[in-house]
Ligand binder design. Structure first.
Ligand code: URA
Length: 238
């Protein structure tokens, strides 16, 4: 159980500086259980707290854990240079809270992107030591052959890696589509592995992380949702 003053509450939830949050409260923009809150010094219990700001309802969250179905032509970097950043697809409060992608997808890769403002969670999910499988569906420029699958499974040498990298599992889906499961998250890894195996990645989608699948979330491209406890529990090795 923890109590917090209303100005700190709004600040912690990403509504701006403490000064601005006090102004919002002074202006009568914050309501709790239908009552307009007039003093920023009032303290409230955070567990299960719901509040309305500009008549939009929010739930208190100590941390944000979300999944975005990333569309193409958005960058994961903090300082995007050629395309808008993925944060532009989310409420602006999330930028104030320093919500960041867990690992990165290329600007032209679509699919499942976890995002959070919880540093230890981001670190744990990105750590290669945890061997969390990431599932990709690649559309290839050349036909998917048995030889391609064999090469990806036995390991291909990328020019800046000390040892060959292999897919954990890999299966053809159609003539030009292949599912590749990786435990590592090296730079452009799927594209570089396909190129090293003699093919070319024409399009790439991440369809699962751990045991959590994009399909189970029912998100259109560009849509996001908060992760439930049950979904969080699926973000582990299979
Ligand atoms: N591998 C790639 O080549 N690109 C991504 O975005 C993710 C994995």
């Amino acid at each position: 159980m923890s109590k917090i003053s209303l100005d700190r509450l709004l600040q912690s939830q990403g509504f701006g500086t403490r000064k601005y949050c006090r102004e919002l409260i002074d202006d009568g923009e914050l309501s709790i259980a239908g009552e307009v809150m007039s003093s920023y010094k009032t303290t409230v219990e955070t567990a299960g707290l719901r509040f309305s700001i500009f008549e939009e309802e929010w739930e208190y969250r100590e941390h944000i854990y979300i999944v975005l179905n990333k569309p193409a032509n958005f960058e994961c970097s903090r300082k995007p240079s050629h395309h808008p950043g993925v944060l532009t697809l989310l409420p602006e409060q999330f930028s104030w809270r320093d919500v960041q992608p867990v690992g990165r997808l290329d600007h032209d890769t679509t699919g499942m992107l976890l995002m959070s403002d919880d540093g230890p969670f981001i670190h744990a999910q990105s750590s290669p030591k945890r061997h969390i499988p990431k599932v990709y569906v690649a559309t290839t420029a050349e036909p998917v052959t048995e030889e391609l699958v064999k090469k990806l499974l036995s390991g291909v040498q990328l020019h800046d890696e000390p040892a060959p990298l292999a897919a954990q599992t890999c299966r053809p889906i159609s003539d030009r589509q292949i599912e590749i499961v990786l435990e590592q998250g090296k730079y452009h890894q799927v594209k570089r592995m396909l190129a090293a195996a003699g093919n070319h990645c024409a399009a790439l989608q991440r369809t699962a992380v751990g045991q959590l699948t994009l399909d189970s979330l029912g998100l259109e491209e560009g849509e996001w949702c908060y992760l439930t406890q049950q979904q969080m529990a699926l973000l582990v090795p299979m």
